[in-house]
Each structure stands twice: as structure tokens, then as C-alpha cells.
Design a protein around this ligand. Sequence first.
Ligand code: URA
Length: 432
Amino acid sequence: MRMYDIIYKKRIGEALTKQEIDFAIGGFVGGDVPDYQMSALAMAICFKGMTYEETLYLTDAMMRSGDVVNLDRFNGLCVDKHSTGGVGDKTTLIVAPIVACLGARVAKMSGRGLGHTGGTVDKLESLTGYRTSLSSNEFLSQVEKIGIAVTGQSGNLVPADKKLYALRDVTATVDSIPLIASSIMSKKLASGAHSIVLDVKCGSGAFMKNEDDATELASAMVELGRGFGRNVRALITDMSVPLGAFVGNSLEVYEAIQVLSGKGESALTELCVALSSNMISMALDIDIDEATRQVNEAISSGLALSKFKEWIDAQGGDTSKIDDPVLLLGAKHKLEYKATGDGYISEIDAEGVGVASMLLGAGRAKKDDEIDFLAGIELRARYGDYVKKGDTLAILYASDSALFDSACARLDFAFKLSNKLPKQKSLIKKII
Ligand code: URA
């Protein structure tokens, strides 16, 4: 078999066989297929697409390129959630303890943030002492004991994706549905959960800018997961405005505690209840109405918040800030960002708010940048609100007041005012 022939076959739009896909991925990971040939194949896939079978073979080859976690000891109760990324998305911090306190198991590996989107691991590390690398024994025994463990990506999980994504990132081959779907699903499948809920974002702050593309990606991932015998559901959700009112690491932990205490912002709470309900409906095999009732009860009874504390404590994090969450809003400098005119807020561009928060120190422009856990943005005004000149739209948090100017300049583009009430947006657009 020759890589040249495989590239040519895809270039003329023919479907590749399982053997050809195994040859390409195995050779690439093993170093026999050079980057330039793999890039050419990725580009051919971008232009010609892949059938369902090809995408399944690709996902399988990538999943098997490294370790595959076996969670069978948890008798089908392990449930995972994946978000395609967004601004202010702290849902893992909220849904994981909710579903764990209801009897499902969460054995989750999460990532760090890059650019305008944040990572769950960074948020958790804002609770001093939280250990994001656990040995595999520690990880599994914590799941056994308290039903939940969340670590950074460790071990040798899907090395094919790490290597391929690095190439795609610099060869303009990221935005292809079969490549994105196989990349995400190979990692989810290798992580071992029996049931998976996908939160596929669409809008300015997301990969998929419109609902049709998000639906196509979500359907491809749901079909793939089911092809591997897992329970999978996907929610298509709006990411044209930031999720919730806080963006930035410790600020988002603060907001997660608010939701778990039953005092959360309504859109964020609605999404977390929907995600958790779908997760436990699959993990516990109960209908969605009963699942939703149990989720609301877990929040109002305080059980979910107690589970959050138990989880952070088990992983060595400082729980004093959970008891006194305002400590999480303790940045040295704060600045009120004010409206420069009157009108309805017709846009709070998610990407713009994410970049402004990054400029305050909350995110990384490059992979190795240090982040400032206390930096970020609190939105005081919401999409559709009527504001007057001088009203506070947001509070900026930073350790260095010199960072405020560039962040404010970015926010000037993110907020738009209109003299007409803007159209209402639905947060959850579809469930697949
Ligand atoms: N996220 C991933 O993990 N992979 C992609 O290809 C795109 C987004």
C-alpha cells in the first residue's frame, strides 16, 4: 500500500477502505508517513468529505492510536459531557457534581484554555491546591469512592489526534466536519464513558458559526458514538453571547457555586439543568422529565453543592472559597465599563468578550503563557436590556491596571446598542 495512492483516491472523491485509513493513521503516528503527505490527505478530506463508514474507520484508527480507558467496572454508569468550546462555559463545574450526587459516575479528562476560550482545568486550578494530574489508580478510586474525578489530559490518549490537529491548525484544514467529528469522538471514546452528552455551540464565539453547520457536526458525532455502542445525545446551543455573567477562571468558579446554590443566572442554569438531565436520563435509564425533576431537586436540596465541595476536597483544592465565594472575586484592581449612549443591547459578541478577558490576563495567547486566575469580566448588562449613558455594562478585574485600556478598547467592539428591542434568542436550539 502507498500513501500516494491513498491521497490520490481521496483527491478524486473515492471512499477509502478501513485498511487504507489504518495504514495512513498508523504510519503517521509511527513516523513512516511524513507531515506533508498527511497534510495533503487532510486537505483532500476537506474538499471531498468522507462517508459515514470512512469517518467511523478514521475515528477508530485514531482512538486505537494510544491508551483506551476501560470504565466497565462502573456498570454503565459513567457519563461524560463535551462542549465544543465557548466563552464563559463553566458547565462542567456544575453538571459534574449534579450528576454524581444523583448516582451517575463522572471520570473526566478536561483541557486547558487557549485564545478566547477558557479551559476547565484552569478554572479548577484557581482553587489553590487542586491536583489536575492524578495517577490512573488515584483517578479510578476517587470515582469509585465519591463518584467524580476531573483531571487534565494525561497518559497517551489519542496521540494521532495531537499530531494531526497540530498539522491541521497550520494547514487550514481544521474546519472539516469528518475531521472535527473524528477528532472529538476519538478522544471521548478513548476516555471510556458509556454515555456522552455533546454541547455543540453555534454563534460568533464558537467554531460553528451557524445552526446548520452545528447540526451537521452534532449529527455526525451522535451517529459515530452510537456506531461504537455508546449512548449519545447532542444539544445545539447558542454561543453568540457569553454563557452566564462571568468570564475568567476564579470568576467562573464563583458563578458555578452560585448555580449550585440555586442563585445562578437564568440562561446558564437552564443549560446546566438540560445537560445534567440528559446525562442522568441516559446513565440511569430514566425518562427526561423524571431526570429533570431529580436535577432540580439536587440543586434545591444543597446535595449538588455538597458534592462539589467533596470533589474539590478529594482532589486537594482549597474549599474555604466555596464557603465564602466572594473571595473568588478578589482581583487587586476593578474598573467599571460604562455605556457611552442610550439603547437596547443588541450584541455582546462572545468572542470579543473572550479576547478582552484574555487581555486582562485570564487567558493564554500562546500555549505556555501564565494565566491570572483572578482576572476576568463580570457582565452587568444582558442582551436585550435597555441601558442609559453612564450605566455600568461590565466590571473588569485585573492584577495590573495597565491592562484595562486594551480590554476596554476590545469591549467597545463587543457591545452594540440599538434603538430597537433586538430579537429574542433561544439558548437551546435543538436536541439530537
Ligand atoms: N476540537 C477538537 O477536539 N478537534 C477539532 O478538530 C476541533 C475542535
